[in-house]
Design a protein. Structure first.
Length: 69
């Protein structure tokens, strides 16, 4: 499914093709935790659905997990 979100930090609108169903979106919008509503996708894709932050944007703004600085 094509998901389009606007990044709240940059204002950029981005679309990603993510393997989710309309029923999963409805479940999440109804209050289900993202990790339960979307068990088949990775954390970066869930973050994009929830906030509009892409994995690359998150890494650019906040650094990588392995960043020691």
């Amino acid at each position: 499914m094509k998901i389009t979100r606007t990044n709240p930090m940059t204002g950029n609108t981005v679309s990603m093709d993510i393997d989710v169903t309309p029923a999963q979106i409805v479940s999440w919008e109804g209050g289900e935790l993202a990790q339960n509503a979307f068990p088949n996708i990775d954390a970066g894709q869930r973050e994009f659905i929830m906030t509009g932050m892409t994995p690359m944007g998150w890494k650019f703004l906040f650094g990588g997990i392995d960043d020691e600085s």
